[in-house]
Design a protein around this ligand. Structure first.
Ligand SMILES: [Zn+2]
Length: 230
């Protein structure tokens, strides 16, 4: 009898130990110091001429199926204002910003990490740390031509896991490299954003460390704002 109960007790201990291990991996990392309150702003509401092509709301992404229920893009307010400033400067050059991704709920970062092979993990963020996208402080972008509305060609495709994604890649056409470098100049000229050297499309906002990793869905963002103000 006692052996039977001991087995049950051991079994239940193992169950809870493995459950808590799973929980540890299934939760976003918590901030280690004080953070600023989240103030996520929807980019197209700031300026409707910022175009969206949210690939993660479609099957046209490296996962091969939609992982966002809605094609929307949010950034923390100071980052959104800096993006707007870059967009306005680009207009003087004949271009506008096209957004592929901005704030990304943490659970999606975890999906990306889990399905990416080890040798490609430089292209995805470790969920144990969280991505700057999860903080609403990173944005994936390209350019479109103001005169035609057409998306420009860059030296490589968005989310491509190859050397063509590196900002130092010397292949492609001169025009493609020129446009990649123009985008970088527009984003870095005021010192607010910095390119991720392995991805020509990814820009980190300078104050990302002041914001917490979040896992709220797009549909809950405006509701959580109302809650914060109460
Ligand atoms: Zn990115």
């Amino acid at each position: 009898m006692s052996t039977f109960f001991q087995r049950i007790a051991l079994g239940s201990m193992l169950f809870w130990a493995s459950a808590s291990l799973c929980l540890a991996q299934d939760k976003p990392p918590q901030p280690t110091g004080p953070v600023r309150p989240s103030d996520l702003v929807e980019l197209v509401k700031l300026d409707p001429s910022i175009k969206l092509d949210i690939r993660y709301a479609t099957s046209n992404n490296f996962v091969g199926k939609p992982v966002y229920p809605e094609a929307r893009a949010f950034l923390q307010r100071p980052a959104a204002m800096a993006l707007l400033s870059a967009h306005r400067w680009l207009k003087s050059q004949g271009y506008g910003i096209l957004v592929h991704d901005a704030y990304r709920p943490w659970a999606i970062t975890k999906i990306f990490w889990d399905i990416t092979p080890a040798d490609k993990k430089i292209f995805v963020a470790d969920p144990a740390v969280g991505s700057k996208h999860n903080r609403g402080c990173a944005v994936d972008i390209s350019l479109y031509e103001l005169s035609t509305g057409k998306v420009v060609e860059m030296p490589g495709d968005y989310d491509e896991m190859s050397e063509r994604s590196f900002v130092t890649y010397t292949g492609g056409t001169e025009q493609q490299r020129k446009l990649r470098d123009l985008l970088r100049h527009a984003m870095e000229r005021e010192g607010e954003f910095f390119v991720y050297p392995e991805e020509w499309w990814h820009y980190d906002f300078k104050d990302s460390k002041h914001y917490a990793v979040q896992d709220i869905p797009f549909s809950a963002i405006s509701k959580s704002k109302v809650k914060q103000k109460q």
